[in-house]
Design a protein around this ligand. Structure first.
Ligand code: GA4
Length: 340
């Protein structure tokens, strides 16, 4: 069944967090209330027994490894990620940098087929691996969004999922590779203090350690899967950054800005970041479930009451996306749409 105990786990000096765990083979009403609780308290949860076949994940992981092991000039043939293609160290359009290389893809099968020609020597194999994975995780995203609506007692239980099922959904897909950092020369420095760690000033290496800087995701929901290498950290209310232990068999799911707005602030779009580490490549695949560009995002009437007045003005996803891309990675874009 579902275990929702966000218990801090002590590993050396830094506290890991065990995210609430949602077992998708569990009982529906229990799952929905635990998901709502997780989205309110953490904005993050882990999904197990998600039903996505392991070979679907393994095929995409293999394609991802083959691509990232190519030479830089080969990878650059996939085109700069403006907005889709290969990117290295540059994130967004406003000068953000990180120790990451990535492929950003539109989730439309036709665009994937076209783009694959620049990515792989076997474009059909690449595009079938990506499309197979996206279709499977979109199913999980819809299931989770319906459970959220049920748990919130919103009468139209497909109010969220229909946005991502729309043929014009602007969902995107990202493959990330965080290369291992070079090991620092001997003698090994003392381990970082908690304060250094949280400030990203780990003195054990003089190289930059931020793979992908702190930010919230602009979309509705993100479904992340990573290999067995740690790196993801989330920000708790008290300002502390806590590492999330990797689990390649599970998905790590987080609320995006649009879902925070659509739940009138009940669900939280929590800031997170990815750090590089010095021993092994980290690979992650993220599906960002988004509405169509023209979709009007507004708070459902059922989520507003005299005690919970409407926090955000209505906006279109196109408007929100434009704001997101005009700001820096770590900027808070939802504030621009806040009424009070
Ligand atoms: C964060 C979530 C997704 O990775 C992403 C990122 C996008 C990018 O890398 O191009 C953004 C970032 C993300 C938020 C603000 C803008 C846009 C970089 C950036 C500075 C693909 C997305 O949709 O928003």
């Amino acid at each position: 069944m579902v275990v929702a105990s966000p218990t801090p786990v002590c590993s050396d000096r830094i506290q890991d967090i065990e995210l609430p765990v949602i077992d998708l083979s569990g009982e529906r009403s229990k799952m929905s209330s635990l998901i709502v609780k997780a989205c309110e308290e953490y904005g993050f949860f882990k999904v197990i027994n998600h039903g996505v076949p392991l070979d679907v994940i393994a095929k995409l992981e293999q394609e991802s490894i083959s691509f990232f092991s190519k030479s830089l000039s080969e990878k650059e043939k996939a085109g700069p990620a403006i907005p889709f293609g290969y990117g290295c160290k540059n994130i967004g359009f406003n000068g953000d940098l990180g120790e990451v290389e990535y492929l950003l893809l539109n989730t439309n099968p036709h665009s994937i087929a076209q783009r694959s020609k620049t990515i792989s020597n076997d474009p059909r194999r690449f595009s079938s691996a990506v499309c197979g994975y996206i279709e499977a995780v979109r199913g999980v995203a819809c299931e989770l969004l319906d459970l959220m609506a049920e748990g919130l007692w919103v009468p139209d239980t497909s109010v969220f999922s229909k946005l991502i099922m729309d043929v014009d959904s602007d969902s995107i897909f990202r493959l990330n590779h965080y290369p291992p950092l070079p090991l620092s020369p001997s003698p090994p420095p003392p381990p970082p203090s908690m304060e250094d760690y949280n400030n990203n000033k780990d003195k054990s290496s003089n190289k930059p350690k931020v793979g992908f800087g702190e930010h919230s995701d602009p979309q509705i929901l993100t479904i992340l899967r990573s290999n067995d290498v740690p790196g993801l950290q989330i920000s708790l209310n008290n300002g502390l950054w806590v590492p999330v232990p990797p689990d390649p068999t599970a998905f790590c799911v987080n609320v995006g800005d649009v879902l925070q707005a659509m739940t009138n602030g009940r669900f939280v779009s929590v800031r997170h970041k990815a750090l590089s580490n010095s021993y092994k490549s980290r690979l992650s695949m993220a599906y960002f479930a988004a509405p169509p560009l023209h979709a009007r995002i507004s708070v459902p009437v059922d989520m507003v009451s005299p005690l919970r007045p409407c926090l955000y003005r209505p906006f279109t996803w196109a408007e929100f996306k434009k704001a997101a891309y005009s700001l820096r990675l770590g900027d808070s874009r939802l504030d621009l749409f806040r009424i009070q």
